[in-house]
Ligand binder design. Structure first.
Ligand SMILES: N[C@@H](CCC(=O)N[C@@H](CS)C(=O)NCC(=O)O)C(=O)O
Length: 328
């Protein structure tokens, strides 16, 4: 830890983000722990079934947001149930409440804190307590807590349960594009998705400088790609777009101010801004975006970044204005 002040405050906390900084003050995200796989044919021991799996999410979290978007695009709302945690990440970690809009009590495991669910899955568990967390109601364990893997299971293994034929056909990680998608994810993740966190949680000027350079080089690159083509991989909408979107939609309201990524806003990039609006306007997506949860979570929870927890007013953004990207 670079700052003594940060060190005192970080002592004994259950919040994962505070314990992931190295001695150069750089934020290093830890790998997810539960990596089981649901399969359509049941060969992995976790068969795709309707009503069996439950997602614990925060509407504030960009990683959890990926899973909610894919769930809705694939028409799996009645197949995979969801509990939304309290937007406030307390000293004890994520918790449940029915006193805030869209939040709910844990009716699946009757827990107060998400950490209790991790302990049910593994009493020895000592790793990060994060959302999203995919729970198996039959085996009573966590299947997987890595969003990039959960979205791949949702896009490929639950086709028997999609509402419409179109949703069944939607493949966000098609075989023939996997290599290209992997190449895009390999820079979007470190430079943009995790890049904003590397800025916000940096505990030295050098760490921040390196991270913010990465973020804006990444955004410049995405802007340039999206000038020429509709989606990151070309004409086809894929998981790479879902993964970029959840960071972009939080950028101007939170990251720009709270994580100090303030060289530019997304609205300063004409193509990125139109692209976010297009994705926001896809059927079902707008309902997965909740700026109240997003803003209140970040500004209220990270007391070392915003000690008084005052939530700024944020820019007025019209995500519903026409995007005009049909011609690309
Ligand atoms: N690798 C995970 C990362 C998930 C993650 O970091 N989630 C954050 C919320 S945005 C979290 O739960 N943090 C809890 C904490 O810091 O205590 C994924 O992509 O699923």
């Amino acid at each position: 830890m670079a700052t003594p002040q940060g060190k005192t405050e970080d002592h004994n906390t259950k919040q994962s983000w505070r314990t992931s900084v190295n001695d150069k003050g750089e934020y290093i995200r830890k790998a997810s722990s539960f990596r089981n796989w649901i399969s359509a044919d049941g060969s992995t021991g976790f068969p795709a079934e309707s009503g069996r799996y439950h997602l614990y999410v925060s509407l504030a979290c960009p990683w959890a947001h990926r899973t909610l978007i894919v769930r809705v695009l694939k028409g799996l709302e009645d197949v995979i149930s969801v509990t939304v945690v309290d937007w406030f990440l307390s000293e004890g970690g994520w918790s449940f409440t029915d006193k805030k809009p869209k939040c709910g009590l844990d009716t699946v495991n009757n827990c107060t804190y998400l950490k209790e669910i991790y302990k049910k899955a593994d009493p020895e568990y000592n790793g990060n307590i994060t959302v999203p967390c995919l729970w198996d109601k039959i085996k009573k364990t966590i299947v997987n807590n890595e969003s990039s893997e959960i979205i791949r299971m949702l896009t490929s293994e639950f086709n028997a349960f999609c509402k419409t034929e179109e949703q069944k056909k939607l493949d966000l990680y098609p075989e023939n594009l996997r290599q290209q998608i992997d190449v895009v994810n390999d820079w979007v993740y470190p430079q943009i998705n995790n890049g904003v966190y590397r800025c916000g949680f940096a505990q030295s000027q050098e760490a921040y400088n390196a991270a913010v350079k990465d973020v804006f080089e990444g955004l410049d690159k995405a802007e340039s790609i999206l000038t020429k083509q509709r989606y990151l991989i070309g004409k086809r909408f894929t998981e790479a777009d879902v993964r970029l979107f959840t960071t972009l939609v939080r950028f101007d309201t939170v990251y720009h101010t709270h994580f100090k990524t303030n060289k530019k806003r997304i609205t300063d990039y004409p193509n990125l801004w139109a692209y976010v609006r297009e994705l926001f306007q896809m059927p079902g997506v707008a309902a997965t975006v909740d700026q109240e949860h997003i803003m209140k979570h970040y500004y209220e929870s990270h007391k070392s970044l915003n000690p008084l927890g005052i939530v700024p007013v944020g820019p007025d953004l019209d995500f519903m204005s026409p995007h005009g990207r049909e011609s690309l």
